[in-house]
Every structure is written in structure tokens, then in C-alpha cells.
Design a protein around this ligand. Structure first.
Ligand code: SAM
Length: 235
């Protein structure tokens, strides 16, 4: 099902062009396997066993929908709003999990505000790295207003550890990945945003973190602070 237009409130136009992942949609999972083997999938699904009673999820940039499929299986009552800028990715997602419990919406997440305010789960896997620091801050403030008390925001991301391994291996690898995605999708971003500071300043607290591949990959669970902070006023 596609989310009706009135449920998605458009904001102002984003500053940079939206990357185009359409032509990668069919091969994305195989590209992932060839480069990182099972580790991105392990990172994405690290917290799935702890999430079995979610009712309403918002998933931004889930791409071909492998996380969405697992979430549906482990949460029998969940309803999912899946937002992605790529129609081809969303077709893969819908094909992988043909379910009346999913609503898809083709939209640029930077200009998208959901109408619901009761999501108990938000997920962004390898998506915040497609945004600038300001865009992550803006998104975190907006999502804070749409999260139910006690909600979880799951985040998977690349990270550059401040170690020898980080400097010598992770940093060049991340630069290479950005170059590849620039060529393949016209992604304009060149470096990882600091999502920790963006979320912390926008009313979110890190509850738990797991690391993979020596810290190159992190999987995190964040929770909304009880009170909305100055930078995340009520909607
Ligand atoms: C690197 S892929 C990650 C896909 C998936 N979440 C995963 O874990 O592999 C980024 C996804 O985010 C989507 N995307 C990138 N920028 C976007 C934006 N500004 N708004 C909505 N979707 C976006 C792309 O279409 C793509 O499906």
C-alpha cells in the first residue's frame, strides 16, 4: 500500500540532489555480500531479538527491505511505514514482504514528516550516512516529535574508530565507499556525519551499542528523552 499524500507532509526542498539508488536495487544485496560478507546484515539485525512487541514502526531508507522482512516476522502485530527515495528499492521491499502491514512511501526523508506521533520503533540502517550533519540534526529533532514514550530508534552505521585500525583501514575504506556511491548514485555527501552529537542534542539518549569488524560497523539503540529538549519543541 502506498501512503496517501495527505499523510506525508512535505517540508522545504533539500539543499542537495537526492541520490538515485534505483539501478542498484536488484543487485544491492549481492554488492553487500561481495564487500562485507554477512557483517552488514548482522549489524542491521543485532537488536531484532530484543524487539518482539513493536506495534508501529517508521523505517527510513530501508532500501531493498531485508530488515523490514525480518521485523515483520518477529513482530506479529507490527505495522510499518517504509520511506525511501528510490521507487525501485521500495518495489524490492514490497516484493520481499507482501503484507497489508506495510505502507510504502516514495519520498525524500529530508522533506518528509509523518503524520503519526506514536511510533514505538524507528529504524535507519546505513541511511544517516547519506545525510549532512545538519540534515541528521534536523531529522533527529523531527523524529523526536513522532516517537512514542519508550520508543527505540535503531541505527546501523559505519564508524571510524580512533585507533590505528581506524586511521589506517577504516578511514580510507569509508572514503572509498563514498567515492563509489558518488559515482553510482550521485550521492553528494563525502564524510560520515556525527550522528551521536546530532541525536544527543535533539532529545535522544544512546541506550546500547554493539560493534562489528573492529568498530567499523556499529549497531545502536537510542531512546527519546522523557522531556522534549529546547532544540526539539513539540509539534
Ligand atoms: C546505503 S542504502 C541503505 C539501504 C538499507 N537501509 C541497508 O541497510 O542496506 C541507502 C538507502 O537510503 C535511500 N536514501 C538515500 N537518501 C535518501 C533520502 N534523502 N531520502 C530517502 N531515502 C534516501 C536510498 O534510496 C537507499 O535505499
Amino acid at each position: 500500500m502506498t501512503i496517501p499524500v495527505e499523510l506525508a507532509v512535505a517540508q522545504g526542498p533539500p539543499a542537495t540532489a537526492t541520490p538515485d539508488f534505483n539501478r542498484l536495487a536488484r543487485v544491492y544485496r549481492w554488492m553487500e555480500w561481495l564487500t562485507f560478507g554477512p557483517f552488514l546484515e548482522r549489524c542491521r539485525s543485532a537488536y531484532i531479538p530484543t524487539l518482539t512487541r513493536c506495534r508501529r514502526a517508521l523505517i527510513l531508507g530501508d532500501g531493498d527491505g531485508r530488515f523490514t522482512a525480518r521485523l515483520l516476522r518477529s513482530n506479529p502485530a507490527i505495522e510499518i511505514d517504509a520511506v525511501d527515495a528510490s521507487p525501485a528499492m521500495l518495489r524490492q521491499l514490497a516484493g520481499r514482504s507482501p503484507s497489508h502491514r506495510i505502507r510504502t512511501c516514495v519520498a525524500d526523508a529530508r522533506a518528509f514528516t509523518p503524520s503519526r506521533h506514536d511510533y514505538d520503533l524507528i529504524a535507519t540502517h546505513f541511511f544517516l550516512d547519506c545525510l549532512t550533519q545538519n540534515e541528521v540534526s534536523d531529522l533527529a529533532s523531527r523524529l523526536r516529535r513522532h516517537a512514542a514514550p519508550g520508543a527505540t530508534w535503531l541505527i546501523s552505521e559505519f564508524a571510524i574508530p580512533s585507533s590505528f585500525f581506524g586511521r589506517v583501514f577504516a578511514a580510507p575504506l569509508v572514503r572509498l565507499l563514498y567515492l563509489a556511491f558518488r559515482l553510482l548514485t550521485n550521492l553528494q555527501i563525502r564524510s560520515l556525519p556525527d550522528h551521536h552529537s546530532a541525536l544527543s542534542q535533539s532529545g535522544w539518549t544512546l541506550r546500547s551499542q554493539r560493534k562489528f569488524l573492529g568498530g567499523l560497523l556499529v549497531s545502536e539503540a537510542w531512546a527519546p528523552n522523557r522531556k522534549l529538549t529546547h532544540s526539539s519543541p513539540p509539534a
